[in-house]
Ligand binder design. Sequence first.
Ligand code: NAD
Length: 498
Amino acid sequence: MQLIQHIINGQHTSGVSSQTIAVYNPALGQQSAEVVTAVVEDVNTAVAAAKAAFPAWSKMPSSKRANIMFNMRTLLVARQDEVAETISKEHGKTHDDALGEVTRALEVIEFACGITDKLKGNFSRDVAVGIDVTDERQALGVVAGITPFNFPAMVPLWMIPMALACGNTFILKPSERDPSSANLIHQLFAEAGLPPGVLNIVHGDKVAVDALLDHSDVKAISFVGSTPIAEYIYQRGSASGKRVQALGGAKNHMVIMPDADLDQAADALMGAGFGSAGERCMAISVAVPIGQETADKLVAKLIPRVEALKVGPYNQTGNEMGPVISADAQKRIKGLIDQGEAEGASVLVDGRSLSVAGCEAGFWVGGTLLDNVTKDMSVYQQEIFGPVLSILRANTYAEATDLINAHEYGNGTSIFTRDGDAARDFAANIEVGMVGINVPIPVPVAYHSFGGWKRSIFGAHGIYGPEAVHFYTKLKTVTSRWPTGIRAGAEFTFPTMS
Ligand code: NAD
């Protein structure tokens, strides 16, 4: 059985604990590896390595750090198939979908290649006679990232390039369910010229996370995962004096106006609802057609599309989605569909009994379409995080926007319409962080930043892009005077620069 180890100070190590967690190939439903789990001592070793690497790394000219990002970009482009294979083997998503994940990660590295420009400070000459003010942004120190299973390469690479380019050293605690991508990312960074200790990978579960949250030498935590854990990370990390950004779960709605191109909307819903088996924080899980006629027409277009979904293992070409991540996830998703049906939803396409020939033990859930979902149902209130699309029929545009604004999550949303006025009103007034106009999955490009609203985020900063530069640096402002000689006498009034 393959053993996936920590990487601390450039060295693979099993650490002091002999405990491991099973890693699965979800398409086969079989264990493929085991990953070591860190205890407090292992986290302490990693933090010490990152702390020791910080002075030299943070003092390295930012252009030299950027050179390593350029090298990393070249390596990741050359080896994207290998990275995609590593993702799919443990996650289950199709090869093309995994390549898409790598592409979005590359965009963040490309943004980090331009870090010299982003770290330029501001300067004001003569704020008073002979007094100048400079501000600059300095690295925080050791920072840590805790990441979810659903994007095992992209989400770590939302964080690592920006944190490192800003001059910090980093500890990644990846998901224990698909940990191999993190080690491959480390290997590529090492080949790109990153010195040992600048990036460290610590595997494990809550024990490792709590040790990072409590360690006084860890200055900031970036978290992406489910909302209950995001809230916990934010509270515990902040209580120990850290800067914390914690991105949580989602329930993303798509509003389909009566004037929308319904074929385009149905195709968009297929990709956004069922791509990656619905295991995306930006997946559309609720379609809100306006008016019964729009709803009936949309449903008629969706049923054959959902029935025709090609589901199977990542290494068989032509598949549109793979399995879900684990037996537990499969059970939970099927249980939620049962509950939705019991609460009165119509199951128009039922994926609960899907079996894939040759992979019968895999964690399969077929594409599922639920109609007549209402806002009091558990399938509406909870994040399902599986291949289940709910139709919630609304009579008016205002009813749809009220629904979205009242939901506890506010990660992403979209509207399909040909009406500029409706689109403009939606963009301005909807209480959601990332909005698509005829775009189903509005994930911002890397030179903008990513972040939801409401209980989809805890902390003040979005992730990657310009927000990341602020999150991973602290502001220093220097007010200076170079007098020709020291002037006589102290001043006791508050300085006004006048
Ligand atoms: P998760 O919250 O179960 O796990 C995320 C990380 O937290 C993992 O590294 C895990 O080991 C750790 N963790 C789990 N339980 C913990 C605990 N009790 N204490 C401390 N650490 C703990 O999330 P997941 O199932 O891996 O990922 C799916 C979730 O992530 C979904 O809710 C999805 O919406 C969300 N997500 C959000 C975004 C976003 O940008 N908002 C992006 C991707 C995924």
